[in-house]
Design a protein around this ligand. Structure first.
Ligand SMILES: C[S@@+](CC[C@H](N)C(=O)[O-])C[C@H]1O[C@@H](n2cnc3c(N)ncnc32)[C@H](O)[C@@H]1O
Length: 199
């Protein structure tokens, strides 16, 4: 019997040697919006097991950089232009470290998700906190003109958060990739052209 989560994208990921089916969500957005480009510096928040890094490090190439951050270790071997950090996104020292050692970034991605409890409102509230933190990090480490893409489970704070994103970026879209399960409340906020810290 096929496990309900072992859908088309799951099998495709196995066949194409991707670490997670999540890669197809980013691939779809990338194909449509050309978010990441050759030579870019990319920050990937909630990066484990590493399928988004697999895709982005090939796009940016050896002159670019991909920094992946996750609570969990990323054990997959990557080339030298990939750096992985095992850290909590809420760690106070993280922004300073990212900005001083690796920034400014052209693109900040976040596929972070809380451990789900099954209680929809609680899961959405925790996802919104992760989204908000990703936005705070992006605001500190993105270059003006840079882009931000982050997952969120829509809950009560969604519209307030979206309004915040719209203040900081010139072009904002809410996207639901085909590879995102229909029954899931997750969506992605795609924000392009960061106005810069002082706007
Ligand atoms: C859906 S997975 C990411 C999959 C990844 N994009 C890929 O393609 O392999 C979500 C990740 O968010 C991470 N995460 C959740 N809370 C976090 C936090 N506070 N700090 C850092 N990472 C976190 C989880 O550990 C988990 O690995």
């Amino acid at each position: 019997m096929t496990h309900p989560y072992q859908d088309h994208y799951f099998h495709r990921a196995k066949k194409e040697h991707y670490l997670a089916r999540a890669v197809y969500k980013l691939e779809e957005i990338q194909n449509k919006h050309r978010l990441v480009r050759r030579g870019n510096r990319v920050l990937d928040l909630g990066a484990a097991p590493g399928s988004w890094i697999q895709l982005t490090h090939r796009i940016v190439g050896p002159k670019g950089l991909v920094v992946g951050v996750d609570l969990h270790p990323i054990t997959h071997p990557f080339p030298d232009h990939v750096v992985t950090l095992q850290q909590d996104i809420f760690d106070e020292a993280l922004i300073g470290l990212l900005a001083s050692q690796y920034g400014p970034f052209d693109v900040v991605l976040s596929d972070m998700a809380p451990k789900t409890s099954g209680v929809k409102t609680a899961d959405a509230a925790r996802s919104e906190l992760l989204f908000e933190r990703a936005l705070d990090v992006a605001a500190e480490v993105l270059r003006p003109g840079g882009h931000f893409l982050a997952k969120i489970f829509q809950g009560d704070a969604f519209h307030t958060l979206l309004a915040r994103v719209k203040k900081s970026f010139r072009r904002v879209k809410v996207v639901k990739p085909d590879a995102s399960r229909k029954q899931s409340r997750e969506i992605y906020v795609l924000a392009m052209e960061f106005k810069g810290k002082n706007d």
